[in-house]
Design a protein. Structure first.
Length: 224
């Protein structure tokens, strides 16, 4: 497994697109991500110190996950991603599997990757990469909406998708264009948010060591 940072891995993805994509498609992708960054309003997001809302997620194996259960023995780390076929997510989640998950287990923290995609489609990414952590559905984007992290593709992106016969709501099974912006939450046993990082640009994701540092400050078990 590569020791490259997540930033480097995602930069390689973008560089490959610059080499191989049609210029119009590349511009559409870049413009959409820039627009989301420009429109981002951190005041809408859950902040450090806020009480985490109660929630129920469905793990792809059918397990029901709640705030109370996930924080019973230590901190909970929620990593929101878009959907199982998202290229950047297929880089980020395997990276977290080798660079983040083992350290969180040593700290007694629980890692859950969260997407609105329905379980029967979402399970693909867990199986494809043999992920060691839970992967769960946020049905109807209920938690993402309460956290203020959802976005909807702009008109140009929607039109391009439709022209190719695509609709993200069909891919996710949600029937809508809404997706979560990549987000990491670290929630303590006090059920409060102790770390939050929202990335409106989906080619920007939180590095493992940053998350580990936040969890380390809360964990009941010292790292060995």
């Amino acid at each position: 497994m590569s020791d490259k940072s997540l930033r480097d891995l995602l930069a390689e993805l973008h560089a490959e697109r610059e080499r191989t994509w049609n210029p119009a498609a590349l511009k559409l992708n870049i413009d959409q991500r820039r627009e989301l960054v420009h429109a981002a309003d951190p005041r809408a997001w859950l902040a450090v110190g806020d009480a985490a809302p109660a929630f129920e997620l469905e793990e792809v194996n059918g397990e029901r996950l709640t705030l109370e259960g996930l924080t019973a023995a230590g901190p909970a780390v929620l990593v929101f991603f878009r959907y199982a076929g998202c290229p950047a997510c297929n880089i980020a989640l395997p990276y977290y599997n080798h660079a983040l998950a083992p350290g969180l287990r040593d700290l007694g923290a629980t890692l859950v990757a969260v997407s609105p995609q329905v379980p029967e489609r979402l399970v693909d990414i867990k199986r494809r990469h043999d992920l060691s952590f839970r992967v769960a559905t946020d049905h109807d984007n209920a938690l993402g909406r309460r956290l203020g992290i959802l976005y909807t593709a702009n008109a140009a992106s929607q039109a391009a998708s439709r022209a190719k016969g695509g609709f993200i709501g069909d891919t996710t099974g949600t029937g809508t264009w809404e997706l979560p912006q990549p987000t990491v939450l670290v929630i303590g046993q006090d059920r409060r948010v102790h770390f939050v990082d929202v990335s409106p640009d989906w080619l920007v994701r939180t590095e493992a060591e940053t998350i580990l540092a936040a969890a380390r400050a809360l964990a009941p078990v010292a790292a060995q």
